[in-house]
Ligand binder design. Sequence first.
Ligand code: AMP
Ligand code: GLY
Length: 428
Amino acid sequence: MNILVIGSGGREHALGWKLKQSPRCGRLFFAPGNGGTAGLGQNVPLHADHVDTKTVDAIDYFCRQEKVELIVIGPEDPLAGGLADRLAKSGRAVFGPVQAAARLESDKAFAKQLMRSAAIPTAEARLFGDAQAALAYVNSRETPVVVKAAGLAKGKGVVVCRDSQEAAEAVKKIMVEKAFGSAGDTVVIEERLVGQEVSVLALVDGRNIFVLDPCQDHKQVGEGDTGPNTGGMGAYCPTPLVDERLMGEIQRQILVPVVDALRRDGVIYRGVLYAGLMLTAGGPKVLEFNCRFGDPETQALMMRLRGDLVEILLATAEGRLDEVDLTWDPRCCCCVVMASGGYPGAYKTGVPISGLEEAAKMEGVQVFHAGTANKSGQLVTSGGRVLNICALGKDLAEAQKRANAACERVHFEGAYYRRDIGFRVMKR
Ligand code: AMP
Ligand code: GLY
């Protein structure tokens, strides 16, 4: 079966790597892919971040020419733009939810209202479409709040505030200065929760829900979780923070109710449902839903997944998840993101990368590319998050040690990475 993976990050490289291991995988295409996916299949110059008729027609034409039978959509932008709905019309299998379901991620106000109506545990929140009313509200609050642009803002539209002054600044930045464009037309202002954060991803086929092993992501740039938020500096899987009992609770109180609430509104969820959760003293509460695989959680998940990913994604798209077997490598995986110096601020691109072969030769190590490109035969950096160095180990300590040792073998000018991925659950 020929397969097209849409996206260009480490997540897509990891998905492609796992798809390729399936005996059912024929030709593998990435649109547009990166320097790593080029070695796995064929990169095609199609971009789907903005979904319009031209984009859809181009992808559809390509799939007809190359006899693609399964399309896997990685990122949120095409899903929010309705790419899954439009591509499914051709009768091809498409992995990824329809636009109305992707709204769980693309419209935080909608997600909040849905959670409220289904009594799903989440931070108390108010929604505002008017900046003055939002400012009056934050000024009247005594406890810390979090201000969120309701629309998609590449993970940057959330400001965790210490006091009402910071909250007022956040409201101004999002609603008045329109730092994220129309994504900030509405803001969600919610109570600041405390606890450990975990990512719980589940495959949902419309009827069945299959939870994947829990992960913990590290969003802040600095060691010890300091500094500004990024797209993610590393993740590990499984996390001991979610045991079987807690996973059962998350499934019953969060995942099942949200899928049911959508269905009551006539929306069938098919794809990955990602719950970003805060484990508070009062139980797990939803910080956000994503309608796609997490990045870099997916890299760690794919390293541990046993079984045939082609079959798993097809079964999800076709509503027969109950037929597939999902088992996990008992080892732990630690994924460390190597970033360009300066990220998440300004950074250089086009910087030559070396040492990947040496790193990949190490026991249990796999390197996924995120922001890389081939420039006349030389691998160079092309983004903020450049590489994802993943390592398996008998426990988290061993996995982290191996991943860090592999990072030391990789070189590019200004390379930066955190050496403490997993520190929140590791004994010192
Ligand atoms: P989101 O995109 O909504 O997940 O927010 C991005 C990050 O902001 C989360 O991963 C959390 O670290 C933090 N965050 C979001 N909402 C809250 C909240 N209610 N309380 C504390 N931290 C939050
Ligand atoms: N790792 C966070 C995300 O994918 O949104």
